[in-house]
Design a protein around this ligand. Structure first.
Ligand SMILES: *Cc1c(COP(=O)(O)O)cnc(C)c1O
Length: 417
């Protein structure tokens, strides 16, 4: 398993900092991200794509902390956003709006206006009504909207059904069989400039065949459009490359690019990718503390202070995530379900794990840097946890733990009659 945590002597460390120091200093639970791991993951994309004109648009929804975005913006990343909120984060982090692609199935006119105002690279348009609204909105503000149609290539990403997005029956994108007609309409619209094509077939893919199939479908469309006089400047293959959580064998970026290369030979279009998980997942962990150890029937439970509201993946997708003790010297003493205190049976982080733990011990969940904090909520009125960024020997607090005042911000009692 790839991990941002190393064991040195009898200590587990992230970069130069012992996990114990992080959690004792910042409190529990808390997310910790390795700046070096995030950077390295991004740089491997840059290296793999170096031989062709490219733009790597980090998918903000996987981890949208502004310090994470800042780290990537500094390295020249573009960004894939799905809301106006994500756009503001990118701008706040110093990201370049001209490298932003905007995905999402139902952008509002307000969101479109803001994106037009700052001059994003491209709208990934997902329906004909969105296209009409964008044309109208752009006309109102005297702008030309750069557009790529998000097509649905009808390939099976063979991943969890909740994160498979490229099948005909999914809500995403425009059916590829309709795309040619929609491009022709778009080309006629006064305030639309057709610039590219894109797809995003799913997340956590562990096989590159679906990507290659999707690209083949895109290229048939691109060539047909070129014959009709509609020339596209970029091909966006989306994100979705998987990571190793347990024992998945994930194709390397190099093998992915090698498989794409013959298809793209002689082509001049810019290649855009939208990786999220493969940049942040293994760069982060969630630290927590064992509160209660109990036995119900034959089952041992370790109740920790983190829960499904802090990390939803196990509850939502039945995802397996590695969990370990921060201390190294233990031999396993029992098999535990690691669960949170939320009032839901689905509130678990890990099941049937061999651990040696006592109440008060610290644990960390690996590969928690993507779809962790960003999916967290205040369910059960639990304040969202702190996030820290580790940079060599430094611990930067990049989001303060929420307070009880934060929990009720904006709420009001009504006047009693
Ligand atoms: C979520 C998403 C991504 C990123 O997917 P990962 O699996 O995290 O790489 C890219 N593009 C779009 C349109 C998305 O919705």
């Amino acid at each position: 398993m790839h991990s941002s945590v190393k064991t040195v002597g009898n200590q587990r460390i992230m970069e130069q900092v012992p996990l114990k120091t992080i959690v004792e200093q910042q409190g529990s639970p808390c997310y910790a991200y390795s700046k070096a791991a995030i950077s390295d993951n991004f740089l491997s994309y840059q290296r793999a794509l170096a031989s062709r004109d490219h733009l790597i648009c980090y998918a903000v929804k996987s981890n949208s902390n502004i310090a994470v975005l800042q780290t990537l913006a500094k390295l020249g990343a573009g960004f894939d956003i799905v809301s106006a909120g994500e756009l503001e984060r990118v701008l706040m982090a110093g990201g370049d709006p001209t490298k932003v692609v905007y995905s999402g199935v139902a952008k509002t006119a307000d969101e479109m206006r803001r994106a037009l105002e700052v001059g994003i690279h491209c709208f990934n348009v997902e329906s004909e009504s969105e296209l009409r609204l964008l044309n109208k909105t752009a006309a109102e503000v005297n702008k030309i909207a750069p557009v790529s149609l998000r097509v649905n290539p009808d390939v099976d990403a063979k991943t969890h059904p909740y994160i498979s997005t490229g099948l005909k029956e999914n809500k995403f994108g425009i059916d590829i069989s309709r795309a040619f007609d929609v491009y022709q309409q778009a080309a006629q619209m006064d305030s639309i400039a057709v610039v590219g094509v894109d797809c995003h077939i799913g997340s956590q893919l562990t096989d590159i065949t679906p990507f290659i199939d999707a690209m083949k479908h895109l290229l048939v469309l691109v060539d047909r459009l070129a014959d009709a006089g509609i020339k596209l400047h970029h091909l966006d293959i989306g994100g979705g490359l998987g990571v190793c959580y347990q024992n998945e064998v994930v194709p390397s970026l190099e093998s992915y690019m090698d498989a794409l290369a013959p298809l793209l030979e002689g082509r001049t279009e810019t290649l855009i990718m939208e990786p999220g998980r493969s940049i942040t997942a293994n760069a982060g962990i969630l630290l927590m503390q064992v509160q209660v150890i109990k036995k119900n029937g034959d089952k041992n439970f370790a109740v920790v202070d983190a829960a499904m509201n802090d990390m939803l993946r196990p509850a939502l997708y039945d995802a397996w995530m590695d969990i370990n003790t921060v201390a190294t010297e233990c031999e396993h003493n029992a098999i535990y379900d690691v669960v949170g205190p939320v009032c839901e049976t689905g509130d678990f982080l890990a099941k049937d794990r061999a651990l040696s733990i006592s109440e008060g011990d610290y644990l960390y969940l690996s590969s928690a840097g993507a779809y962790g904090f960003t999916m967290s909520s205040n369910y059960n009125s639990r304040p969202r946890v702190a996030e820290v960024m580790i940079d060599n020997e430094k611990i930067h607090l990049v989001r303060a733990r929420e307070t009880l005042e934060d929990l009720v911000r904006g709420e009001q009692l009504i006047e009693e009659s």
